[in-house]
Design a protein around this ligand. Structure first.
Ligand SMILES: [Mn+2]
Length: 282
């Protein structure tokens, strides 16, 4: 099954949807999203517009990367053909997709977590290996990927949105490195100030978005690896997206862990995807 039953070829499309199988527990997130939109309207009753107007998606299937560089190469192919890459993965593929863009790109990470640990290992964390050989890399996984990215791009080009779970060392790193963040509480209590932060961060810039579904409150997005309490709601996400003043050039959606018999999170994620697609340059 293809995302949005996409009838377009790569050449005809302006958006390329693809699954990225990283991690030993690559979940069925991409598969679940391919099945959901069949039932979903893209018409927005508020704006009276179709969110997918002008969007021509090709579903390129799941990549079969031999290594991380293959993910970068494929993303670069999409970017060089002036199309928008939309990567779906079990955890952030961003460490491998973002190097496909020019270096001064702005990155917004919607996530309950900072993912800025220098090293981390536990039974629950998702590794980012393209071919699992049984060896866990404590420096490259779902809890450290943004730290590794901050070594490749300027930390001042990173904005964390919706954060509510990190440790003291990560917070210290944020403050010292110049990464900007707005917590879930900031969003709840001071939405205008947060919108301004996003607007100023993105003004006249190329913007890449990584959406970890756990940024949402677990009551509306239970199907994630690490459901953290007190998250953001969909209308808040929508407002934050509309505060982006730059040009969205690519995005990924990750950390969906489908629950049998409960599609709440898939529907929410699909609608979030529609919202982002409505804002990309067509
Ligand atoms: Mn997360």
């Amino acid at each position: 099954m293809k995302f949005l039953n996409s009838p377009y070829s790569f050449k005809e499309a302006n958006v390329v949807f693809f699954g990225v199988p990283i991690g030993k527990r690559f979940s069925d997130g991409a598969k679940a999203l391919r099945q959901t939109p069949v039932y979903m309207e893209d018409f927005d009753i508020e704006s009276k517009k179709e969110l997918l107007e002008g969007v021509r998606v090709v579903d390129a299937g799941d990549l079969k990367p031999k290594n991380n560089e293959d993910i970068t190469k494929y993303t670069r192919l999409i970017v060089e053909n002036n199309k928008i890459p939309v990567a779906i993965a079990g955890d952030h593929p961003s460490l491998f997709t973002i190097p496909a863009f020019k270096k001064d790109i702005k990155v917004i990470s919607f996530d309950a977590h900072c993912d800025l640990k220098d090293e981390y290992e536990d039974d629950n964390i998702v590794d980012l290996s393209t071919s699992w050989n049984g060896e866990f890399d404590a420096r490259v996984n779902g809890a450290t990927w943004l730290r590794r990215l901050s070594e490749i791009i300027d930390p001042k080009n990173i904005l964390l949105v919706g954060v509510r779970s990190c440790d003291a060392k990560e917070l210290k790193f944020i403050e010292e490195s110049g990464i900007t963040y707005v917590s879930a509480q900031d969003i709840q209590e001071n939405k205008e100030a947060v919108s301004k932060v996003i607007e100023e961060f993105t003004q006249n810039e190329d913007v890449y978005i990584t959406l970890d579904v756990d940024v949402f409150d677990p009551s509306i997005a239970p199907a994630v690896h690490q459901p953290e309490p007190d998250g953001i709601y969909f209308s808040q996400f929508k407002n934050l997206m509309h505060a982006i003043a730059g040009n969205i050039v690519g995005f990924d959606v990750c950390c969906l862990k489908p629950i049998k018999g409960n599609q709440i999170t898939e529907f929410l994620t699909t609608r979030a995807l529609f919202e982002i697609l409505s804002l990309v340059k067509k």
